[in-house]
Design a protein around this ligand. Structure first.
Ligand SMILES: [Zn+2]
Ligand SMILES: [Zn+2]
Length: 257
């Protein structure tokens, strides 16, 4: 399995608008972060997790030539802003694109993009080639004949879907992981997890490094990569606080397991 970090940034990217870098040094290219998304290549299948407002740039910059399916974690703009571009992507690829999301997320998507759910769009006639699939809140589901499993994490008023395939898990936009869901995370080769707040402990719907270190003590993943990093996180500064098996994501990072 090959995993590419298409975007390691948080909701507003780094820098935010008006070149606002916050605590992140503008001199380190690893602090330039598009919105959060990853791309999985496994068994000749190409699976995107989240379609960000920078979808087009991310696909082009990483020389991706096909997408079979898209998994959506939740309905916040930084994770779904690129979905209206999928009908055009499907047209160029000349095959449908399947989208997988929980009932809650599908409901958010219907509200944001009602025109993508009609059989023919007024804006883009004959471009509707998306196949919508509801996934369970918890349990297993199939994508392109691959076994995925999912569970939900609390985040503001939403419940993002965390995804697991084989011994890899992706968790983004979370406040805490309940004991009940820990059982999904034993024996991981790789965990990619949101660390929006870096070292700052703040209850703002996102995770920080202290929580992640505690989590790692409980589940002992072999490798951990921190993503969805905000302007609070400077790559070099936070790197000094990491243990040996934890590292920071950056845009374009490729991981193979
Ligand atoms: Zn987010
Ligand atoms: Zn969110």
């Amino acid at each position: 399995m090959r995993i590419t970090i298409l975007g390691s940034g948080s909701a507003f990217g780094v820098p935010m608008v008006f070149n606002t870098f916050g605590n992140a040094s503008p001199n380190n290219p690893r602090n330039i972060r598009l919105r959060p998304s990853i791309f999985l290549e496994i068994d000749s299948k190409n699976i995107l997790i989240d379609a960000t407002p920078e979808f087009r740039l991310q696909i082009n910059q990483n020389h991706i030539t096909n997408i079979d399916s898209v998994l959506i974690t939740h309905g916040h703009y930084d994770h779904i802003g690129g979905i209206p571009e999928l009908p055009r992507a499907s047209k160029i690829l000349n095959h449908p694109i399947s989208i997988y999301a929980s009932k809650e997320t599908l409901s958010e998507l219907r509200q944001c993009y009602h025109y993508l759910f009609s059989s023919k769009s007024d804006a883009e006639p004959n471009l509707q080639n998306l196949i919508w699939n509801e996934i369970p809140n918890q349990g297993s589901f199939m994508v392109e004949n691959l076994d995925f499993s999912t569970f939900q994490v609390p985040h503001h008023k939403l419940h993002p879907s965390a995804f697991k395939i084989k011994n890899f898990a992706y968790i983004t936009d979370w406040e805490y992981i309940s004991n009940d869901t820990l059982k999904n995370l034993y024996d991981l080769e790789l965990l990619i997890i949101e660390c929006n707040n870096g070292l700052i402990k703040e209850e703002n719907g996102h995770g920080n490094l202290h929580q992640i270190k505690e989590l790692c003590q409980q589940i002992s993943p072999k490798q951990v990569v921190l993503t969805h990093l905000s302007t609070r996180v400077d790559y070099d500064e936070l790197s000094h606080h990491l243990l040996g098996n934890i590292k920071l994501a950056y845009d374009g990072l490729v991981l193979e397991i």
